[in-house]
Ligand binder design. Sequence first.
Ligand code: 1HE
Length: 262
Amino acid sequence: MTTTNPDLSLSLRGEQSDVAVITLNRVTKRNALNDGLILAIRDVFQNLPKSVRAAVIDGNGEHFCAGLDLSELSERDAGEGVLHSRMWHAALDCVEKGPVPVVAALHGAVVGGGLELASACHIRVADESTFYALPEGTRGIFVGGGGSVRVPKLIGAARMADMMFTGRVYNAVDGERIGLAQYLVPTGTALDKAIELATRIATNAPLTNYALVHALPRIAEQPSDHGLFTEALMASIAQSAPEAKARVRAFLEGKAAKVSKG
Ligand code: 1HE
């Protein structure tokens, strides 16, 4: 099904319709993100059906996403530029701090704003065709979609600066090695793997997923004393939920899976 914008589609998977697959569908422009598409991403994450417990975002065609639609850049003055960047921030915040965990399924170009979108997701699965770049550096501009906040958390500020200073392109193998993706899979299988992961994530207790999306990133940025206190509060809330008690009881009664070697 399409959303309010034909360049973005949403389909529901699973018997409970608990996994949403959100697809960039602007193939002729390599899924470049124009204003309409950014607002559609915001809207879709703000209005996910109640049944959804995990989401996947992918791109149709040869590439995940070519970044900002450069054809919209030329007419903006400084003030409009700030508002434009803030619009991206608001939209990608809806991905990162939305109602459910989001898995990005990457292939081909993951560049500029495409990498900013991918880095707002919680897990990145890349196939072997994936390549990453931040061509903003060579286009005379700067990241504006949250990249300077989110990308250094994945790979460090020095590696990000190198990508922008020198136009360095990371291939799929090196991208996984430095932390741009957590999973590397054969070409053409990223979407299947992402759906498999999202389906598994959807079976977690909702409060656990909520804590991972909303508490963990905040705790990681707090001074350790504050972080430990927040952790104690979150742990207490999570373990007092009836679902947590039922899951622990099931393990103790031998009815739940053990941890097994990967
Ligand atoms: C675009 C865009 C775009 C493609 N904006 N139109 N991003 C970039 O600097 C990356 C620019 N794109 C590329 O380097 C390449 O297009 C790709 C490596 C992604 C793909 O190459 P390829 O050979 O498959 O496609 P193509 O022939 O280059 O492009 C096909 C069409 O898409 C063509 O339009 P056409 O009308 O001539 O068919 C391209 O102009 C168009 N296209 N990418 C507009 N990005 C919040 S701040 C974020 C700042 C940034 O993201 S800056 C980085 C922008």
